[in-house]
Structure formats: structure tokens, C-alpha cells
Design a protein around this ligand. Sequence first.
Ligand code: PLP
Length: 403
Amino acid sequence: MVIHMIRASERAMGIEYAIRDVVLPARELEKKGIKVIRLNIGDPGKYDFQPPKHMRDAYCKAIQDGHNYYGPSEGLPELREAIVERERKKNGVEVTPEDVRVTAAVTEALQFIFGALLNPGDNILVPSPSYPPYTGLVKFYGGIANEYLTVEENGWQPDIDDMRKKINERTRAIAVINPNNPTGALYEKKTIRAILDLAGEYDLPVISDEIYDLMTYEGKHVSPGSLTKDVPVIVMNGLSKVYFATGWRLGYFYYVDPENRLAEVREAIDKMARIRLCPNTPAQFAAIAGLTGPMDYLEEYMAKLKGRRDYIYKRLSEIPGISTTKPQGAFYIFPKIEERSKWKSDKDFVLDALHEAHVLFVHGSGFGYAGEWHFRIVFLPPVEILEEAMDNFEAFMRKRLAE
Ligand code: PLP
């Protein structure tokens, strides 16, 4: 009897996610009993970071108090009020709860926004290098991820001239990730202004990913939402990073759109929001507690993270064959492989480091073409773990360079 395979869609089979892809060879090593130091996934909850107690309590209480029902598709009114207030304080934006939508984290916000903007063949300007779901989801929704350069020599700031060159008649929006994953760049105010000017010139909305907004080491985050006059800006944020609640899957976005030019897009997004019913109800109570509650935990966590950032930067700066730009935000560092004769590609390099030094990084090309010959390290673990990883990695590099 002939067995016919059930085929999957090309759309789904085409998905790539470098950050999790490198886990498979790491697992193989672990199966053999080898300890791998995983520095590949940006999840603070895997280390000594937890959402603050007042948020955890509010989540449990919401469940115990019976808030286990479907809520409104756009999110609970009390949370949307809290978001308005948080964003007024942080960004000085004057939006109303009507402008706010609550989502299953930024990832769902991206699905809504790309789903509502893209027809087949349209494109979204995304940074290169960039967090991979941007390219993956744009493609999933039939679009083309149109990558603009960010420049390492300029602290990984976006190249506005390159952005301009990449805009064409099928471009639907400009995405900005600031502070950036994977580079840790924090964009200057003048860069944000230049992006808004360009968007205004070509009648494009700006999509602003601000998930790391309060996670900065030097300087402060500037939102395009706070500077726009007429360019529509969609700002996305959530509980995953600044509130350390990655697994709760809760986020939001809001429209800063003084001329209401996104009216049809809003309607399309609301349709998408309704067919997925609603975001997690009890987690929204935790979000209210987080957004309106004290932030002193963040100061403590950022001091810890800064120590880890400084440590890894120092260690990497002493290792031959690579060079490193100091990240100003988030918890990633993105060194460049200067000595290339020993490896076929950055992925080859990462796999070699995995097999030889038992440390897991992510290859830079997994973040777009400008990430080639780089690799990303997550510096969330405590210094003792980073130290062991850097000792192993340094020995590996010295050995390879001597061969
Ligand atoms: N945006 C950026 C730039 C990220 O780095 C990440 C996670 O690493 C996300 C979004 C995912 O956010 P969420 O957990 O809110 O879906």
C-alpha cells in the first residue's frame, strides 16, 4: 500500500528561527552528558530575575478571585487606562484607552500589525541585523522583509540613506527596534527624528518596538511616539523584559496617530483581535499591578545586568580574533569575527565553539545579512557562569588562532 504524506503549507515550512535552531546540536551534546553553557535565549526568568512580588501576587489573586473569564478583545479597560498613564509618564504621549490594544505579548502585536498591513508582495522596512521574528512574520503574512542597514562603526545606528534607498512603492511601514536586539544599540534622538522625517516624506507609518525601553545602561530611550507630529506611530511594549514576565505572554500596543490615518488599519487589526477572542485575563491584572506599582526592583536588576554587561565586554575585548561594540541597552552583545580564515561562516564558527568550548551562541547571519560574521551572546547569567563560558571560549579562540 502506498502511504501518501500529508503536506504542510509552504508558508509554515518556510519559517526559520535561528535562536532556537542552534539548540538542536546543543541538545545532541547534552544527551551525551556534556554540559553546555547556553547563552542563546534572552529569557531573564531562566536566571536570577523574576517579575516583582506585587505582580506575582496580583496574578495569583486574580485567579483566586475568579477573573478566569474571556475579557474584551481589546483588553481590560482598567489595564488600558494603566497603559495610557505608564506611556504618558515614560514618553509624554497623550493617547486614550481607545488607542490601546492588549495582546499576547509583542509577538502577537507583530502578527496583528503585519497581518493588517501586508498584501502579498508588500514589504516592511526592518533593521539588519534584527530580531528574527520580524523577517519571519513579515514573510508568513505574504510580505517581504526589506532590510535596512544599521552601522556597527556608528554604534549600530540605522543608516538613514540606506533606509531611503530601500523604500519602494510596495513599502508599507518602517519598523524600529530600540533598544535593539541583537546589537544592544540605543538610538539617538536625532536618529529617531530622521526616521520620522523619512517616514513623513513617504507617507509611511513607523512601528516602534520598545520592549527594552527602560533597560538602558547609558542614556535614555527616546520613542518616536513622543516626537511625532503627523507621522502615524504604532508603539509596542509588554511585560516580557522590563517586568521580567516572559512566560506570561502579555503585551500591548497603541496608536499615536494625530491625523487618524490608520483608521482602516485599526479596523483590520480589531477584526484580527476579535477572531483570536482575547488576551489572558488574569495576567492583565498582574499587568495593572506592574504598570502602576513601584519600579525599585528594576534599579536593582539593572545594576546586576550592568555588572554582567561590563564583565562580558571586558572579557570579549581581551580575546583575539574578535571585536566588540559595547551595548547600551537590552542584554545582548554582538561581537564581530575578525579572523575569518578558520571558519566557513559565522554559523560554522558558532557550531565549532559549541562542540569545542561547549558554549552556545547564535550566529549573526540568523539576524539578517548585516549580522554576517558576528555572533550574539546573551549576558543574563551570573558572572560565575559568564566567567566559565568566557574561559572556555577564550581557550578555544587561542587554540584555533594558533592552528
Ligand atoms: N521584540 C524584541 C526586540 C525582542 O527581543 C523580543 C524577545 O526577545 C520580543 C519582541 C518578544 O517579546 P514578547 O515576549 O513580548 O513577545
